[in-house]
Structures are given as structure tokens and as C-alpha cells.
Design a protein around this ligand. Structure first.
Ligand SMILES: Nc1nc2c(ncn2[C@@H]2O[C@H](COP(=O)(O)OP(=O)(O)OP(=O)(O)O)[C@@H](O)[C@H]2O)c(=O)[nH]1
Ligand SMILES: [Mg+2]
Length: 226
């Protein structure tokens, strides 16, 4: 298998929609999911580059694997559910520490999924005419400003200068895996931001992307499946 040029990892609590976001982006549809066991990866050709995108399990029992999946990651997509404040809080409490193994210049995106469930989602934005069947919308629990504040705390945790890193407004997204809203914008925005880092690394001979063959989970602990 060809070695990927860069690695992107999705992290976040169970049920926030990580697998659904990846299905939507890679397979262009919303389909039934089962809660992820261990992790799974997809390969995406992006221009001349190969990108591995890793889906991880949000369930507590797989928590120990998270830092392994993040090893040498160029980008981490921290995902929460806009209808569930706890899922945002978990990102800081439970998932941020797992990113210590990521690349030093790793970029972070904070993503609020399931925006279609909320009353301020305009279904005219649906990309495939998949309008919600009911109008029973709920009030969102997480505002974009909460995500901006988390992003700023992440930059502080990483000891990165706010004036140098991409602005929170550029790195916080709201998406719907169900309707496709903002999903391409998210993934392609992240890819476009990390590619200059790869070019730089390759030029300086510091390419540290993990070989997929060496980074499979320990079979005694978990198995890798979709
Ligand atoms: N309405 C709505 N439901 C969604 C959306 N994304 C995911 N879901 C639903 O949320 C549930 C969980 O989705 P998954 O993609 O399996 O969540 P996950 O984050 O991968 O969960 P784990 O694998 O357990 O960590 C499923 O019932 C999905 O159909 C969305 O954008 N809108
Ligand atoms: Mg999953």
C-alpha cells in the first residue's frame, strides 16, 4: 500500500456523527451506522497527495487507542453534536489530551454536527434536496461562539500563538452529515490547509507520516473495522 502523505483524524464522543461525516464525504450519502469499534481509515487522493482519514471510536472503552490514532497526524477534526453540550465539553476533558502525539504543526478543526436538527437550520441549504421529514426542530445547545472559545483554549493548551494560527472563525464549522451541509467545505478546507505543511516537510526531509502497515491497532486490544 502506498504510504499516505498526510493523516487526518476524527475524534469526538460516541454518537456525534464522525462515521456519518466520513460516509457523506467519501461515499456521498447518509447511511445507517453502527457504533465504531476501534477505528477505521479511508484513503483519499487529493491532487498529487494521498490522505489517510481516520475514523475513531467515541466509546469510552476504546479511549486508550486514541493517542495511537493521532500519532503524527497533520490535522485533527474534533467533532461534537450541536444538540448536546456535553459532547463539546468532552472534547476538552477527554479527547484533547489524546492529540499530544500529533505532529507539532498539527492543525485543529472544531466541528458541530447535526445542525439539521436545530430550529435555525435553513433546509434551503440542503445539497441533495434531502429535506427533513418532520418540522420538529430542537433548540441547539451549543452556539458557534462556544466552539470559537474552545478553539482558543485548544491553542492555549498547545501553547500556540493566537496571532500565528488560523483564526477560530476559519477552523470552526457546523455541518450536517444527514443533508451534506458544509461537509465538503470542512474536509476540503482542512486538506488545503495541511498540504503546504506537507510540502514544507518533504522539502526539509522531515516527513514523519506514519506507515499505515505499522500503525494498525494491536490486535490483542482491538480490531480495525468499519
Ligand atoms: N439528524 C442527524 N443525525 C445524524 C447526523 N450525523 C449522524 N447522525 C446520526 O447519529 C447517530 C450516530 O452517528 P455515527 O456517525 O455512528 O456517530 P459516531 O460519532 O461515529 O459514533 P461512534 O462510532 O460510537 O463514536 C446515527 O444514528 C446517525 O444516523 C446528522 O448530521 N444529522
Ligand atoms: Mg463511528
Amino acid at each position: 500500500m502506498k504510504k499516505p502523505d498526510l493523516k487526518v483524524v476524527l475524534l469526538g464522543d460516541m454518537n456525534v456523527g464522525k462515521t456519518s461525516l466520513l460516509h457523506r464525504y467519501m461515499e456521498r450519502r447518509f447511511q445507517d451506522t453502527v457504533s465504531t469499534v476501534g477505528g477505521a481509515f479511508y484513503l483519499k487522493q487529493w491532487g498529487p497527495y494521498n490522505i489517510s482519514i481516520w475514523d475513531t471510536a467515541g466509546r469510552e472503552q476504546f479511549h486508550g487507542l486514541g493517542s495511537m490514532y493521532c500519532r503524527a497526524a497533520s490535522a485533527v477534526i474534533l467533532t461534537y453534536d450541536v444538540s448536546n453540550m456535553q459532547s463539546l465539553l468532552e472534547l476538552e476533558d477527554r479527547f484533547l489530551g489524546l492529540t499530544d502525539t500529533a505532529s507539532d504543526d498539527c492543525i485543529f478543526a472544531v466541528v458541530g454536527n447535526k445542525i439539521d436538527l436545530t430550529e435555525d437550520y435553513n433546509s434551503d441549504s440542503d445539497i441533495e434536496g434531502e429535506r427533513p421529514r418532520t418540522s420538529s426542530k430542537i433548540r441547539r445547545q451549543v452556539n458557534l461562539e462556544d466552539a470559537f472559545a474552545l478553539y482558543k483554549r485548544i491553542m492555549k493548551y498547545k501553547m500556540l500563538d493566537e496571532n500565528v494560527v488560523p483564526a477560530a472563525e476559519k477552523m470552526c464549522f457546523e455541518t450536517s452529515a444527514k443533508t451534506g451541509y458544509n461537509v465538503d467545505v470542512l474536509f476540503e478546507g482542512v486538506f488545503n490547509m495541511v498540504i503546504p505543511l506537507i510540502v514544507k516537510k518533504k522539502a526539509s526531509g522531515l516527513d514523519e507520516t506514519v506507515n499505515l502497515a505499522q500503525s494498525k491497532p494491536n490486535k490483542s486490544k482491538s480490531r480495525c473495522c468499519k
